[in-house]
Design a binder for this molecule. Structure first.
Ligand code: ADP
Length: 319
């Protein structure tokens, strides 16, 4: 393999830059030319390519976002769009592609591979909702951002003896809510994987108050209900002073944690190794402390569930 390309697509995640750096430097280390594609699959269609050198990825390991930018691309859903995208890569002499992104990006990657261009996917999303990997790049940073926010809100919640409902990202999966709730010591956590019971949330708040607790933190994944709605229900049932904080896109930004940088470095490097070994539509993942790889299509059909034991534990510890 003489020339490969790298792109970031879908939702951005802290650590994507560290992954780009690892892909670029591993490729150059092995004497492979590397092309950066701007704005994901949209850039493939527009032939928005840029040659990447060792220095192109200097000073980015600590930066959130993605220097290659990212986008969502509707044209890529059409066979004509995909064909033109792959032809653009092939006519530039590109023989393999590293696609960094979430499950949508992976589905697109499978389609590219079908058109004869080998692709390796790297899981980059704050949501951690990709099967076959215990961690996705960006998840740890997003959880730390949420925990940092919880710590700060806890100060004011205690001072004013208020109930705070904090909404975190997670439309279909409660990974961020569960991890941040466990690490932040939330009284209750509402996740999409489980129906929430407002009476149980209220009972927990009242139990805490009875033993002199000055504040309550309720963590809600956005896919469950709006934090405002839950807060209004709590107020109606308890008449307590309730407030809402929606963390929103704060969770997407910021300097990646050491863990996300390490993960991105290992996964980025492995993706290039896999292309060099002739891999087709594989994704890299981490299981235990080991970087593994899987067929993307197969992986996307595997179950990937939150750890219910952690959910139960958070309830026990918030007694
Ligand atoms: P993420 O990768 O973060 O899950 P999206 O779901 O928005 O983000 O997907 C990113 C892009 O991947 C889409 O805008 C589209 O261009 C491409 N894509 C997603 N799903 C498919 C699919 N089934 N077939 C072809 N391309 C897809």
């Amino acid at each position: 393999m003489k020339k490969i390309a790298v792109l970031t697509s879908g939702g951005d995640a802290p650590g994507m830059n560290a992954a780009i750096r690892a892909v670029v430097r591993t490729a150059i280390y092995h004497g492979i030319e590397i092309v950066g594609v701007k704005r994901g699959y949209a850039g493939l269609l527009k032939k928005d390519f840029t040659d990447l050198k060792i220095g192109s990825v200097a000073d980015i390991i600590q930066r959130g976002g993605t220097i290659l930018r990212t986008a969502r691309c509707d044209e890529f859903f059409t066979p004509e769009g995909r064909e033109s995208a792959v032809n653009n890569l092939k006519s530039t002499g590109v023989e393999g592609l590293v696609a960094i992104g979430g499950d949508g990006t992976f589905r697109g990657a499978v389609e590219i591979d079908k058109l004869g261009l080998p692709v390796v996917g790297i899981p980059g999303t704050i949501d951690n909702d990709i099967p076959c990997t215990q961690w996705t790049i960006g998840f740890d940073t997003a959880v730390n951002t949420a925990v940092d926010a919880i710590n700060k809100i806890r100060d004011t919640a205690t001072s004013h003896e208020r109930v705070f409902v904090i909404e975190v990202m997670g439309r279909h999966a409660g990974f961020i809510a569960l991890a941040a709730g466990l690490a932040g010591g939330a009284e209750s956590i509402a996740i999409p994987e489980r129906d929430y019971d407002i009476n149980e949330i209220v009972a927990r708040i009242l139990r805490g108050q009875k033993r002199g607790k000055l504040h309550s933190i309720i963590l809600v994944a956005e896919g469950v209900a709006s934090a405002l709605e839950i807060s209004q229900k709590i107020h109606k049932l308890t008449r307590l002073d309730t407030r809402v904080t929606i963390l929103g896109h704060l969770q997407r930004g910021g300097t990646p944690t050491a863990w996300d940088r390490i993960l991105a470095s290992k996964m980025g490097s492995e993706a290039v190794n896999l292309l060099m070994q002739g891999a087709r539509k594989r994704m890299v993942g981490i299981q235990g402390n080991k970087i593994e790889n899987f067929d993307i299509q197969w992986a996307l059909n595997q179950p990937h569930e939150i750890n219910m034991d952690d959910y139960i534990l958070s309830g026990i510890l918030a007694i």
